[in-house]
Design a protein around this ligand. Structure first.
Ligand SMILES: Cc1ncc(COP(=O)(O)O)c(C=O)c1O
Length: 393
């Protein structure tokens, strides 16, 4: 049985070109970047080259980019680092969207326990934050607004520039979790006006265990950890040069191949979407068409039309050799229905009956057809149609 991986949003296989670029930095150029001898200087030079390369791809200065262990640390550090650096100014209001990744959502909950007031901004049925809602929610007590750029469960993207204007007009700061958009759609931190942005390498065919936080120059920021003076005293710990080199290589390749890949993935997305809408009655799409990253297609089965067990759905795909998930990797496995799908206005049963297909560099048209065929078979096998629904023939 051919195994098909359609969970690129959870993580991606490393591109062999990235692995090749990293190898010498495990064995030959292995020094500690903080050492002053030649081994250390070589490591430091490689680290700074990687930083410059990533910074140039997002319109940042190298000094504005801190390497971290991944998106989770970056999101945590952004929220906590800003909260503690500005603790004395009497601004204790935080706004996040209702479709944030748990790395932001749970950090906001932590800050709530520390005395912050947290506003959860709703999204519309397509997963977009409304600038008007934001304008209504923001006050002179708002310190930080954190809104995800491309959502990891449905792919909707937000208009960062419009949001940044509202946030700055109110005297607040703006962080975006750009983990899923980075390397897939254009993103320029200066142009978009964000103050902080989070990135990770493993969603773009790079290694796991490295990410970055962009912090606009001049912004006060408190490190979460304490230790050495690495990363301009903002993130202590010996830097991983091989991971940084791999991150940079992955980002360069993603940038070079972005235009072509965007078109190809949009084609695959359209193909899967049309097969599902033609062949599965009761399928409702959670991913919008107009403003979204093209590598995610999230579909639910409307509980008014069909009764189906969400876990059984995913397990049946797995039995057919197809790796998909119901929502974010972190929330699947827990019994809670996805907060993202619910935020679109779906009821609990429909939310549970969700499949997220996400594809990427190594996905072919044939893979999409195999997945669509399997979806039709599985729904017919385990779904119970409600009385008045009409199956598509
Ligand atoms: C939107 C988003 N933010 C943050 C993260 C966490 O990133 P990492 O796995 O690098 O910690 C993920 C990963 O699933 C994500 O999709």
């Amino acid at each position: 049985m051919k195994r098909i991986y359609l969970d690129y949003t959870a993580t991606t296989p490393m591109d062999k070109r990235v692995v090749q670029a990293m190898v010498p930095f495990f064995t030959d150029t292995f020094g500690n970047g903080s050492s002053i001898h030649s081994f250390g200087r070589e490591a430091k030079a490689a680290l700074e080259t990687a930083r410059e390369s990533i910074a140039s791809l997002i319109g940042a200065r190298p000094s504005e980019l801190l390497f971290m262990s991944g998106g989770t640390e970056s999101d945590n550090s952004a929220l906590r680092g800003i909260a503690s650096a500005h603790s004395g100014i009497g601004k204790k209001h935080l706004i996040i969207s209702s479709i944030e990744h748990h790395a932001v959502l749970h950090t906001a909950k932590f800050l709530e326990q520390e005395g912050f007031e947290v506003t959860l901004l709703p999204v519309d049925a397509k997963g977009y934050v409304s600038p008007d809602e934001l304008t209504r929610a923001i006050t002179d007590k708002t310190l930080l607004v954190s809104i995800i750029h491309a959502n990891n469960e449905i792919g909707s993207t937000q208009d960062l520039k419009a949001i940044a204007e509202i946030v700055h007009a109110a005297g607040a700061l703006f962080h975006t979790d750009a983990v899923q958009s980075f390397g897939k759609i254009p993103l320029d931190v200066s142009e978009s006006g964000v103050d902080l942005a989070s990135f990770t390498a493993h969603k773009i065919y790079g290694p796991k265990g490295i990410g970055a936080l962009y912090i606009r120059r001049g912004l006060e920021f408190q490190p979460t950890f304490h230790g050495g003076s690495q990363e301009r005293n903002r993130r202590p710990g010996t830097e991983s040069v091989p991971l940084a080199v791999g991150f940079a290589k992955a980002a360069e390749l993603a940038s070079q191949e972005m235009k072509e890949e965007l078109e190809r993935l949009a084609g695959l997305n359209g193909l899967l979407r049309s097969r599902i809408s033609n062949e599965i009655a009761g399928a409702v799409f959670n991913s919008p068409v107009d403003r979204a990253i093209p590598n995610i297609l999230s579909v639910s089965l409307n509980s008014d039309e069909i009764e189906i067990d969400g876990d059984a759905l995913i397990i049946n795909f797995d039995l057919e050799g197809i790796a998909v998930t119901s929502g974010s990797a972190c929330s699947s496995g827990s019994l809670q229905p996805s907060h993202v799908i619910k935020a679109l206005g779906r009821n609990d049963s429909t939310t549970r009956a969700t499949v997220r297909f996400s594809f990427g560099r190594f996905t072919s048209e044939e893979d999409i057809h195999i997945a669509a065929d399997a979806f039709v078979r599985i729904v017919n096998r385990i779904g119970k149609r409600k009385k008045f629904s009409s199956a598509v023939s």
